[in-house]
Every structure is written in C-alpha cells, then in structure tokens.
Design a protein. Sequence first.
Length: 257
Amino acid sequence: MNPPILNSTVTPPQEFALYVEGLTVAFGGFVAVNDLNLYVDKGELRVVIGPNGAGKTTVLDLICGRTKATSGSIRFNDVELTKMAEHQIVRAGVGRKFQTPSIYETLSVRENLEVSFPRGRSVLGAMAFRLTADVIERVEQVAEDIFLEDMLDKSAELLSHGQKQWLEIGMLLMQEPELMMLDEPVAGMSVSEREKTAELLNRISKNRSMIVIEHDMEFVKNIAHKVTVLHQGKVLAEGSMDKVQNDPRVIEVYLGH
C-alpha cells in the first residue's frame, strides 16, 4: 500500500517570494502535478527531491511558463505568472537552468556572458548593444563568481562538463534574477566540482531565492535551507534534510531504493 501523500499545509509566510497554490497540470489522462501547494521565502534555497516521475521538472516548467497549468496559481513577488509568456516571466525576475547545459559552444566564455546581459537579449537590444563599463564589470565579476575568471577568452566548447554548468549559471547571474531555478546542476560533475558548486550556490543564494532539483543527497545536505519531497505530483514531506531523511514515507518511496 502506498503511503499517503499530504500536500503542504504550511501557512504562507508574510515575506514569500514564490507562492504556488492548487497547481495542477494534466497531459491527457496523466496528472503530472496534482493540486500542489509550495511556498518559498525570499532569500531561501529550496531543494526539491523525489523519485523519477514525481513531477519535479514539470513544476519548474510551470513556473517558468514552458508548460501551462491546467489550474492553480503561481505568484512571484505578487505577480501572477500563469497568464504570462516565458519571456515576460524572465523579465519579471525568474531565471531557469535546464539539466543539459545550454551555452553557445562557438563563443568564448566572455562572449557567452556578454550576450546574456539583459540589454543584449532582445533583437533591438542586440543591435544597439555596446560593451559599456557596466557590462565589462559585470562580466568580470560573474566570471570570478563561477570560477572561470582565468578562462574568459577560452572557447566554451573546450570547457569541462562542470565548467559548462558553471558558465550557464553565470549566464543566468548576468540577468540578476530574483528567483533562480536549477535542474540537477551537479549531474556528471566530479567530486571537487560538486564541492565548488555547493560553495557557489551558497554564496549566490544570499541575494535571491533559489529552487534546486537534485538527486545527490550529500550535495543537498550542503546547500538546502529546506527540502521538499515530491511524489506523484504532490508534496509528500517538507522540512529540514534531517527531518525528511527520517520520514518513513520518504524512505519507502525514495531514499530506500
């Protein structure tokens, strides 16, 4: 018998960044996310875990507008996102990194960061884009943040897998999002790269809210302010890493396998 799935019953905090309530999406007869409630504080690094098919990536797709909800509400800084297009959600301050690095392989690290600066992202903006002092300063600061300050002029295709992941995080940082969402950021990384990524995320989360999907439990322990466990599109458990690790329901459906 499957353990009961309990949706989040936590009262939304006064100063939340993201407020998700009653969120549901169905693909044909399959309900991928089922009446989900999720609240993320300002400045919080939330990690979402759960078995394959739990709805983790779909939740990020819904927040960033890639997938449209069947019903429910997603509010970010009191702005309703479910009615907005993807580019409008980006402009509202939401940044998303997918599982596979999406960078411009033929450009240098510097150029990847430059084209991610908000003024250079639209067609008209790109035509009028100039490398002003603020752009150069921002590129150099972000490159230092992502451990690539000595590789600015290196072609992105020559970076290691982990360095490509960092570069894409840097491309998001160039946009200065208030909510950053990362899908399995340490997949395929070496142990040392995972440790440096934990350091990176702990540092950059001080100025924004973050949602991270991850399966590496040691990495989760090193970064999570709070953990949400999804199962069958609903919240199964929520709280500190210690709390969810010792929850019999979580052990049965996820950690025990």
